[in-house]
Ligand binder design. Sequence first.
Ligand code: EPZ
Length: 416
Amino acid sequence: MDAISICGGNTLCGEVKIQGSKNGTLPLLAASVLIKGKTVLENCPRITDVDHMIKLLEYAGCKITRNNRSVEIDASHISQTDFPKEHTGVMRSSIMLLGAMLGRAGEIRTFYPGGCVIGERPIDMHMEALSQMGVEFTDSDSEVLAHAKDLHGGKVKLSFPSVGATENVILTAVLAEGVTQIEGCAREPEIVELCTFLNKAGAKIEGAGESRIRITGVKKLQEICYRIMPDRIVAGTYLLAGVMTKGIVVLNKAPVDQMQELFRVLQLMGADIVIAGDWVCINGEHACKSIPALKTSVYPGFPTDLQSAFMAAFSIAEGCTIIEENIFENRFKIVSELSKMGADVRICDNRAMICGVDSLKGCTVEAMELRGGAALVLAGLAASGTTLVENKHFIDRGYEDIGRDLRALGANIRYV
Ligand code: EPZ
């Protein structure tokens, strides 16, 4: 079953627990390679990107034991630094193994799948930064060969606060000789999570969450057990489900501190939000209003990963909204699918103008990537009639079980 059928029109009302963060988990799985022993990750989401990353770690020689959402990685013996195409092509997080394998073994040969539907996804910043630390690259079309005779700390300046590049520099630096200073690094919660995890294992990292991070190399990291933070993008998706159906949604275990910008925009759209600790209640009864503009930005600005979901919401809002996508160059893929449902969206360069219609009409639409797929499911919740979202496997990369979660909120949704 690789499709989701949604019978639209239900007003959602219910409570759902938020899964562990995909973008928090993937770098921690890579980081476990730096620990010559056992790492236990709790609250690890059951998603296919995690499955793929675990396969890569097993291929490298790690022994993995999974028990529900607890994953034990024994990286005592790394026997492989050469990752063939058939293993790395399925997802881009394999590039996070770059820093981890350089930090552990001083070398890696991997394949980089290159562009995807949302953008070119180059790794020039990763390579430029790691070259400052003694890493030499030979890359031919999609093969990346990296090795460092003597890995050493260095001064790194990122021209853009790339999340992945920041993560790879940190992973390379924690066991390298000397001090590494990163200027202009990403400030996303995933960076703080990675630094908190590594410091708990004995690394010396200062400045996590700021745009300057300093890492003093250490000889060895200790075995640790670590609980992964909740997923702010999944949390934002489900809040929007409440807004789009004018319902009342309660989130349990939401990463509230990471969602301030989301709350601000949702309130401008007419939603009422009550927060108590890691519990959030949203009332969409008086939503969904358009806002003049929504611009995606690096953290703590509005997250690009929720841009498609908000586009779906604005497609049924009163009035017009202009969305500006400033992170990825091709992240309006769902416009064609929303238009099939009757949405009024016009694109000009990195801007889309969405003028709300009274109601979307259910029909068959195609998910082409993870976050766009989730946005189409949200559109189906609000549409009249039945919507069939094909290519569910894209959504499974980042959502444990979107049908289970939305059914808990009262949606009429099933896999077909
Ligand atoms: C991470 O991707 C996330 N993925 C993305 O989430 C997220 O959208 C993105 O950060 C921004 O927050 C994971 O954490 C696994 P970037 P990443 O490097 O690291 C360009 C999802 O749906 N760039 O910050 O790849 C790049 O092309 C995914 O969960 C270069 O030009 O993002 C993009 O336009 C989608 N050269 C921009 O920077 C480089 O060397 C931001 O990329 C690196 C990046």
